[in-house]
Design a protein around this ligand. Structure first.
Ligand SMILES: Cc1cc2nc3c(=O)[nH]c(=O)nc-3n(C[C@H](O)[C@H](O)[C@H](O)COP(=O)(O)O)c2cc1C
Ligand SMILES: O=C(O)C(=O)c1ccccc1
Length: 367
């Protein structure tokens, strides 16, 4: 905690939440949150790419009123900011996704709920006052996917997010070393217990998350299978984990409404090109044919500005939301979102960009 001159406790930087989460959480849970795949080369790649980008401000623009508000797939947002899908929020706080949903609503941010959420879609929707998207992995059991989608539609979710960078969960050395398994009191409650069984029960030297994905994910799906999703649901479809212009073009041809350019937080393909480095290629390829969101290493308001300059419509944060949750539940997540939004509003003023439409390629320089 930082302290103001008048002695109040305030949180002035995201790393305060990170430090608190690390202190509070059991070691293997911290490792599951913080860890990456393979050599963990991708844990820093996105951050490094963002740090290399420098801002080019304009001056003598009227910034007496800056409006960070935007619209994304039909939803109003207080800023171009959302929370990326992450499994099992109850690992961070007993209220889990319900606390996260309240915070996202309070702050006016988007929340993407993981297929492996630890609270029911209905409870999450009841707590939410802002837009919700549902993330899916493609399971062998399509009947369970269809059931989940119907429930999400009934609960008012606004889009489906199919994660396409994880035909299976990659080898993550920390989870393997810890024999990480989801604790028995925490469950992916939106799916039948029998398809989740492999996620529980620790075995030395093996991650139960990886074991479960190898057993339950359908790694044979291809572009043609997207037709099935369009048949099952009329909700807009977003693909998460696209990193090339070629796939971005295919996505638009297949009726996709949005893309999340992402390295999955450094947890899937090791030695990939970083998501910020892929953004221009993807934005150019879709040529306005769908919305584009960036995630991975977003930690400052300036990162939101940089992503917008590169042509993204919005960004999502992953781990910082879990840090806020571990720090103090709803209040912590609201604190994280407001910190980033406050920084972004200041960057708007100092950049001479009073609306999100004022950010463009001329706003940045890359070496
Ligand atoms: C603990 C954890 C669980 C995650 N679970 C999922 C998931 O269920 N589905 C998914 O598409 N991505 C998942 N992700 C990836 C995030 O959606 C996101 O791409 C990434 O965390 C963004 O990077 P950041 O953490 O640096 O902000 C997970 C990430 C973490 C850290
Ligand atoms: O997507 C992930 O990164 C992840 O950790 C996860 C968790 C549970 C099931 C599948 C993947």
């Amino acid at each position: 905690m930082d302290r103001t001159a008048s002695g109040e406790d305030v949180v002035l930087a995201l790393h305060t939440y990170e430090a608190a989460a690390k202190e509070r959480l059991p070691g293997p849970v911290w490792d599951f949150f913080a860890g990456g795949s393979g050599t963990e080369s991708m844990l820093t790649a996105g951050r490094d790419a963002l740090d290399r980008i420098r801002l080019r401000p304009r001056c003598l623009v009227d910034v007496s009123r800056c409006d960070p508000g935007t619209e994304l797939l039909g939803a109003r947002l207080a800023a171009p900011l959302g929370i990326a899908p992450m499994a099992y929020h109850r690992l961070a706080h007993p209220e889990g996704e319900v606390a996260t949903a309240r915070a996202a609503g309070d702050a006016g941010a988007l929340l993407t709920v993981s297929m492996f959420a630890s609270r029911t879609l209905e409870d999450i929707a009841a707590a939410a006052t802002g837009p919700l998207w549902l993330q899916l992995y493609w399971l062998r059991r399509r009947d369970l996917m269809a059931d989940l989608i119907r429930r999400a539609e009934a609960a008012g979710f606004r889009a489906l997010v199919l994660t396409v960078d994880a035909p299976r969960v990659a080898f993550r050395p920390r989870d393997a070393a810890n024999g990480f398994a989801v604790p028995s009191g925490i469950r992916a409650v939106n799916l039948a217990a029998e398809v989740m069984a492999a996620s529980h029960g620790s075995r030395a030297g093996e991650s139960a998350i990886a074991r479960h994905s190898a057993e339950q994910f359908d790694s044979s799906v291809t572009w043609d299978d997207l037709a099935w999703l369009h048949e099952v649901s009329s909700l807009p479809l977003v693909l998460k984990g696209v990193l090339t212009g070629d796939d971005a073009r295919l996505a638009v041809e297949h009726g996709v409404s949005g893309l999340v350019v992402s390295n999955h937080g450094g947890r899937q393909l090791d030695f990939a090109r970083s998501a910020p480095d892929c953004l221009t290629e993807v934005v150019d390829a879709v040529a306005g044919g769908c919305r584009v969101v960036l995630d991975g290493g977003i930690r400052y308001g300036a990162d939101i500005a940089k992503a917008l300059c590169l042509g993204a419509d919005a960004v999502m944060i992953g781990r910082p939301a879990l840090w806020g949750l571990a720090h103090s539940g709803t209040e912590g997540v609201t604190g994280v979102l407001r910190l980033l939004m406050g920084e972004f509003e200041e960057v708007m003023a100092l950049m001479g960009a009073p609306t999100v439409a004022d950010f463009g390629r001329s706003g940045i320089a890359t070496p």
